[in-house]
Design a protein around this ligand. Structure first.
Ligand code: ARG
Length: 392
């Protein structure tokens, strides 16, 4: 493959830095592509390193807005939570990065794309399945899956031999992936499922035991399922999430520690931090409880599990996903209103709710004197409701 271009998903880390050179040595012209999904990275050194490693171009694309509106929002509205604990921060970013790669390939005349995922994780599946759906003709390369550099030391030695810059020493003994929606933390001491998460594994949140001694209330306003304001202040989704992350972080909200089932059959120990994501999921769920009828709620809860699996499995660009989105969109038309939540030492609980579309009727629910409920009608209802189970 002489002198053809490949677009590499580039993070600036050791793996993908070595990937640049490895691809080059196999005759590729490498374009490094870096998507900003809110990982809080300083992209200046990333660009410089990419160029020094041999990329002929480094593209850095700000996708935070798209990430929030097209990926985070539908997943929030669908109520997607994988295995009860994971709000899918990493999983949601992958189809977006894949889309960016495919676009960059088209714009730069590349015939291939490459990524630095290992062969043991979900991300390779998410990226490659998304790419296949969007452009089956694009060749996909996964150097880390194929090469002989099986340890960090081997990669460092490879880089040193070739005098390519090695990223500054790893700050963390964990494997991390961060974006606007949360952090995923794996490996190191976490690989023992009996070992409690060491304090240093948490990247964002304060220890709930050491969090602020007073609870703090936040008010989230939704318009048809879209969070539009925080504490009375209208905000764009990206900024709303960023602000809510800051608040959640102070109160140690949004941590989870789980044994997760990967798509490739491996169980793995994962730590997640997703403060804003948990607050928003909790708030939206509460508002749905106020505004939606029981059958819709039940159906939606079942659909939510399916949706979470689909996101986890990298099936973002599929018809099932689009169909479930259409259902959610229909349902969200009613979900307008305000939720007040109390954040305190790792917890986030709804304490107030109101909506112009509320289905709560005090006149029906009240135990205090005169009401609108015809109690006499209950007797007939019970007779028919119990009929199928009543012995003849
Ligand atoms: N297990 C999670 C997922 O598959 C997170 C993987 C993120 N990678 C990392 N280096 N921590 O979505």
């Amino acid at each position: 493959m002489k002198n053809q271009k490949v677009v590499l998903a580039y993070s600036g880390g050791l793996d993908t830095s070595v990937c640049i050179r490895w691809l080059q040595e196999r005759g590729w012209r490498v374009i490094a592509y870096c998507a900003d999904v809110g990982q809080g990275e300083n992209f200046r050194p990333v660009r410089e390193r990419g160029l020094k490693c041999g990329a002929e171009k480094v593209i850095i694309q700000n996708l935070r807005k798209e990430f929030a509106r097209e990926f985070i929002l539908p997943s929030l509205q669908a109520g997607a939570i994988y295995q009860e604990k994971y709000l899918l921060a990493t999983a949601l970013s992958r189809p977006l990065i894949a889309r960016g790669l495919a676009q960059a390939a088209r714009q730069n005349g590349a015939i291939a794309v490459a990524h630095g995922c290992t062969g043991k994780g979900n991300d390779q599946v998410r990226i490659e399945v998304s790419l296949k759906i969007m452009n089956p003709r694009l060749q996909v390369l996964a150097p880390v899956r194929d090469w002989e550099l099986t340890s960090r030391q081997a990669e460092i030695a490879y880089a040193k031999e070739r005098r390519i810059p090695i990223p500054p020493k790893k700050k963390s003994r964990y494997s991390l992936d961060q974006n606007l929606w949360g952090v995923s933390i794996e490996s190191g001491p976490l690989e023992d499922p009996w070992e409690p998460p060491p304090a240093d594994c948490y990247q964002w949140t304060v220890d709930p035991a050491k969090a602020a001694a007073r609870p703090e209330e936040v008010r989230v306003e939704f318009l048809q399922g879209v969070p539009i304001a925080l504490n009375g202040r209208k905000l764009e989704l990206v900024e709303l999430i960023e602000r809510l992350n800051k608040t959640g972080i102070r109160h140690g909200v949004g941590r989870s520690d789980m044994i997760e089932d990967r798509l490739v059959g491996i169980k793995s120990r994962e730590i997640y931090e997703a403060p804003a994501a948990w607050v928003l999921h909790t708030a939206l769920r509460e508002l749905e409880q106020l505004t939606l009828d029981r059958e819709t709620l039940a159906f939606k809860a079942a659909a939510a599990q399916r949706y979470a699996r689909l996101v986890y499995d990298g099936l973002w660009f599929t018809e099932l996903k689009a169909g479930l989105d259409a259902f959610t969109e229909q349902v969200m038309r009613r979900v307008t209103g305000t939720i007040q939540l109390r954040l305190f030492r790792g917890t986030c609980v709804p304490v107030g709710r109101k909506s112009p579309n509320s289905r709560y009727a005090k006149g029906l629910a009240t135990y205090e004197g005169k009401d609108d409920f015809d109690q006499k009608a209950a007797a007939g209802f019970i007779q028919l409701f119990g009929l199928p189970y009543t012995p003849r």
